[in-house]
Design a protein around this ligand. Structure first.
Ligand SMILES: NC(=O)c1ccc[n+]([C@@H]2O[C@H](COP(=O)([O-])OP(=O)(O)OC[C@H]3O[C@@H](n4cnc5c(N)ncnc54)[C@H](O)[C@@H]3O)[C@@H](O)[C@H]2O)c1
Length: 282
């Protein structure tokens, strides 16, 4: 192991089960020598398998609803107590939409659900940053990462009000990144990840088709949760100290593509007269 995070301390939000992106980040952070506190909302701790991850990584769990400033204050206090000082990295890996869950379409949103979507999936990021800053809980040259999705920039069928949440999330990374960078040399970035089969991912309408489409469109193929965790570790490490206020696509090249030969080949299958495609183009 390279010990890229040796001596670093952190807080990891959002590991529900072993499919979670945050779970993979915790495993890899542990492998790379970090110590951290795991957190999730109490109901997810009850229904998920976070205890197993805590045991595996020698970590403690501090429950917190990321929409509650009070919970976040308690979390940062407890984390500093447990870890014996300020933290160096924070992962925000949180998303949820009741409109998506209950099948409400974007032109028939329930506004109470909509507010919850934004609060859980976006404003919670601002809340944790504001709490951390007020408590001076992150060391200089610390790194904060939140997970995003390309629906912040492009419209994808069925992503619904989560698209708005991701757009706000990415904007918070820039706006807070300026202040936290200027005052405390702390960097804030979002990683825009490929569609991934997780519990949250499987709630996205047509996720199977979406994963197949982006796989065919991306020259390097979809990025897996494990690969996302690898990338996140680099952002927590000292090797990326001047990267801040960025939305970083981690998607095998998908975000720069318009049409690929593999996707066109598949598309043409539905027509009577498919265009020729060479073996190497596939
Ligand atoms: N899976 C994908 O296709 C994909 C793609 C791009 C980005 N992302 C993003 O990655 C992040 C992690 O999602 P995942 O795919 O690992 O799914 P996941 O379901 O494993 O994780 C989502 C987490 O959000 C937590 N959460 C929900 N409400 C909360 C609250 N009020 N307070 C604290 N935590 C709360 C859940 O308990 C869960 O652990 C999300 O931001 C998601 O939007 C996922």
């Amino acid at each position: 192991m390279n010990n890229l995070l040796k001596g670093k301390k952190g807080i990891i939000f959002g590991a529900l089960n072993e499919m979670s992106i945050a779970w993979k980040v915790a495993e890899k952070a542990h492998e790379q020598g970090a110590e951290f506190v795991l957190t999730n909302v109490p109901v997810s701790i009850r229904f998920g398998t976070l205890d197993e991850l805590a045991q595996k990584t020698g970590s403690q769990i501090v429950p917190a609803d990321a929409t509650s400033v009070e919970d976040l204050e308690n979390l940062f206090d407890k984390a500093m107590e447990i870890l014996g000082g300020k933290v160096d990295f924070v992962l925000h890996s949180i998303g949820m939409s009741l409109n998506v869950r209950k099948g409400k379409t974007y032109d028939d949103l329930n506004y109470e659900y909509y507010k919850k979507t934004l609060d859980i999936s976006a404003l919670s990021f601002h809340k944790m940053l504001q709490v951390a800053k007020k408590k001076d809980a992150i060391n200089e040259w610390g790194s904060v990462v939140a997970l995003s999705y390309i629906a912040a920039q492009r419209t994808l069928y069925g992503y619904n009000d989560m698209a708005d949440a991701k757009a706000i999330l990415e904007s918070i990374a820039r706006s807070f990144g300026y202040i936290y960078g200027r005052e405390r040399k702390i960097r804030i970035n979002t990683i825009s990840q490929s569609p991934t089969m997780t519990t949250a991912g499987s709630g996205v309408k047509g996720i199977g088709a979406l994963i197949d489409f982006t796989e065919r469109m991306s020259p390097l193929g979809n990025a897996t949760a494990d690969e996302c965790a690898d990338y996140t570790i680099t952002l927590f490490s000292d090797l990326t100290r001047k990267v801040t206020m960025q939305n970083l696509f981690h998607d095998g090249g998908f975000s720069s593509m318009g049409m690929s030969a593999r996707a066109m080949f598949q598309y043409n299958k539905s027509f009577d007269d498919p265009e020729d495609i060479t073996e190497t183009d596939k």
